[in-house]
Design a protein around this ligand. Structure first.
Ligand SMILES: Nc1ncnc2c1ncn2[C@@H]1O[C@H](COP(=O)(O)OP(=O)(O)OP(=O)(O)O)[C@@H](O)[C@H]1O
Length: 394
C-alpha cells in the first residue's frame, strides 16, 4: 500500500513573499488526491516541498515516521526513493530513447543487472501503453506519449507516492482523459498514493478521491471530493465554473470595489465569458479500465469516508450516498436523500459533534481524521468552507 503523507502547519515563503501558510492535510494511503488553485498560488512549490527540494520555514511533512522538513540529508535521500514524480513535460532526456530514459533511475540508483533493468523497463512501458515504442526519441513522439514515458520512468523504482504536476499541460481534452485514466489504472495496479496538481476542471471532477484548493496563501479546504464539488464557497464556485466574476482576479485576488462592480454587472445581465451553466455537483468518478483490478484505495476510501460522513455538509453526504451501489448502501445502513443529522450518531461508529443540522462549525467541515482513519476528532484550522444549508443541497 502507498505511504500516508501527514502535513501539519506547513509554511513557505521566498524572502518577504509568503507563498502559503499553515497548510494542514493528510494524503490517505493509496488514494488519489488532487490540489487545485489559481495560477501562482504555489502548487508547484507545494510539490517541491513534499520531496524536500524546497524547505518550508515551519511545519511538518511526515512520511513513514520521518519529517522531511527537519530530517538529515541522508534520511531525505532515502525518503525520496519512495517518490515517483511526473513533471509537466515528462522531463525526458532528449538525446536518449524511451528505453534509456525509463531505465535511467534504475541504472543510477540500483545495482540491477541489465537483464533485470530490461525486464522492469519493458513492464513499465507496457503498463503505460508504450510497448513497442522503446526505440523512439522524445522528439519523435506526441506530448501525450512523452507524459506516459515520464510516468513509466516515475514507476521504475516502485514508488509509494506519485506526484503529478499539471498532467494536462499541452494536452487536448481527450488526451487529458486518457492520461487521467492511466493514473487510476496505475493506482489500481500498485496502490500508490497520488497527488495531482491541476487547473483542469474535468480531471478534478472525475478523477480524484480527495480534492483540495489553495487560494490567498492558504489551504481553502482538503477532503473527500464530494465536499469541494458541492461547495458554495465563492472561490470554489468561480474556479469550477471558470468565471471571471468572483474573488479570483487576473493577479489572483480582487479588491472589494472590483467585486462590487462585477456584482452590479451580473445583476444587469452582463455576460462574463462563462457558460451559463453551473458545473458544481458530484459527477460519477472515473473507473478503472476493463481488465484492470479494482482499486483497493477506492474501497478503503469508502470505509473511511462513511466513518466521517456525519461531519460533512449535507450536499456532500448526499453525493457520497448516491455514489454507493444499493448493496453498499445496505452495508453502510444508508439510503439516498437520507442526511445524517449533525448532533446525532452517523450510520457508522464514532462520536458526533454537537451542533445543529447544516450548521457545521467552519473548522469542522470535511476535516480528515487523525492518522488512524478512525473518524476521530477533526483537526483544527485546515478547512474554512461555509456549510451548505439543507434547502440548498438538492
Ligand atoms: N525558487 C523560487 N524562488 C523564488 N520564488 C519562487 C520560486 N519558485 C516559485 N516561486 C514563486 O512562488 C509562487 C508560486 O509559484 P508556483 O509555480 O508554485 O505556482 P503554481 O500554483 O504552481 O502556478 P501555475 O499554476 O501557474 O503553475 C510564484 O510567485 C513564483 O514566482
Amino acid at each position: 500500500m502507498g505511504a500516508e503523507v501527514v502535513i501539519e502547519g506547513l509554511t513557505k515563503s521566498f524572502g518577504k513573499q509568503a507563498i502559503w501558510r499553515d497548510v494542514t492535510l493528510t494524503l490517505p494511503p493509496g488514494e488519489v488526491s488532487a490540489m487545485l488553485g489559481p495560477s501562482g498560488t504555489g502548487k508547484s512549490v507545494f510539490l517541491k516541498s513534499m520531496i524536500g527540494l524546497l524547505k518550508p520555514e515551519r511545519g511538518r511533512c511526515v512520511i513513514n515516521g520521518v519529517d522531511i522538513v527537519t530530517c538529515s540529508e541522508h534520511k531525505l535521500y532515502e525518503i525520496r526513493k519512495l517518490f515517483g514524480v511526473l513533471f509537466q513535460d515528462g522531463a525526458l532526456f532528449g538525446s536518449m530513447n524511451l528505453f534509456d530514459n525509463v531505465a535511467f533511475p534504475l541504472r543510477e540508483h540500483t545495482k540491477k543487472s541489465e537483464t533485470e533493468v530490461r525486464q522492469i523497463v519493458l513492464e513499465k512501458l507496457e503498463m503505460t501503453g508504450l510497448a513497442g515504442a522503446e526505440k523512439k526519441l522524445p522528439g519523435e513522439i506526441s506530448g501525450g506519449m512523452r507524459k506516459r514515458a515520464g510516468l513509466a520512468r516515475a514507476l521504475v523504482l516502485d514508488p509509494q507516492i506519485i506526484l503529478v504536476d499539471e498532467p494536462d499541460s499541452g494536452l487536448d481534452p481527450v488526451r487529458t482523459t486518457y492520461i487521467s485514466q492511466l493514473f487510476l489504472d496505475v493506482n489500481a495496479q500498485i496502490d500508490a498514493t497520488f497527488l495531482i496538481v491541476t487547473h483542469n476542471i474535468n480531471l478534478a471532477r472525475t478523477v480524484p478521491d480527495n480534492l483540495g484548493m489553495l487560494f490567498r496563501k492558504e489551504l481553502v479546504m482538503f477532503g473527500p471530493r464530494e465536499v469541494l464539488l458541492t461547495s458554495d464557497e465563492p472561490v470554489v464556485e468561480q474556479f469550477l465554473n471558470g468565471r471571471k466574476r468572483g474573488p479570483i482576479g487576473m493577479s489572483e485576488e480582487k479588491d472589494s470595489a472590483t467585486m462590487a462592480r462585477e456584482e452590479a454587472e451580473a445583476a444587469a445581465g452582463v455576460a462574463d465569458g462563462s457558460i451559463d451553466e453551473d458545473v458544481r455537483g458530484v459527477v460519477p468518478q472515473m473507473q478503472v479500465s476493463p481488465g484492470v483490478p479494482a482499486r483497493t484505495g477506492e474501497r478503503r476510501r469508502k470505509d473511511r469516508v462513511m466513518k466521517i460522513l456525519h461531519t460533512l455538509p449535507p450536499a456532500a453526504q448526499e453525493g457520497i450516498i448516491e455514489s454507493l451501489s444499493p448493496e453498499e448502501q445496505q452495508r453502510y445502513g444508508v439510503h439516498p436523500h437520507m442526511l445524517v443529522p449533525a448532533g446525532t450518531r452517523g450510520p457508522d461508529t464514532g462520536s458526533m459533534p454537537s451542533h445543529h443540522q447544516g450548521q457545521l462549525p467552519a473548522d469542522q467541515v470535511a476535516q480528515l481524521p487523525g492518522n488512524g482513519w478512525d473518524g476521530g476528532q477533526p483537526r483544527q484550522g485546515s478547512h474554512r468552507m461555509r456549510p451548505r444549508g439543507d434547502q440548498e443541497s438538492g
